[in-house]
Design a protein around this ligand. Structure first.
Ligand SMILES: [Zn+2]
Length: 74
């Protein structure tokens, strides 16, 4: 079970809550309150979200490491 926080608000205004996951997924994220301003059709109240990582924070795992991008001269 997730400890520390149980709710989060997405950039679109929707509020989500975390629940104990099922079927191998450690956490299930459910839209608790649909924002009137939300334009994301996937955000439906009481419907689980499965792309919670992308929803909660900018991805840090996409793309290769920027090796060689900056050359250090010493
Ligand atoms: Zn939304």
């Amino acid at each position: 079970m997730v400890k520390g926080f149980t709710h989060a608000r997405l950039a679109c205004g929707c509020r989500i809550t975390f629940r104990e996951g099922v079927e191998g997924s450690p956490v299930t994220v459910v839209v608790e309150e649909k924002s009137p301003a939300c334009l994301v059709s996937q955000h439906v109240r009481d419907l689980p979200l499965f792309d919670y990582r992308e929803a909660l924070r900018p991805s840090t795992r996409v793309g290769p490491p920027e090796e060689g991008e900056f050359e250090e001269e010493s």
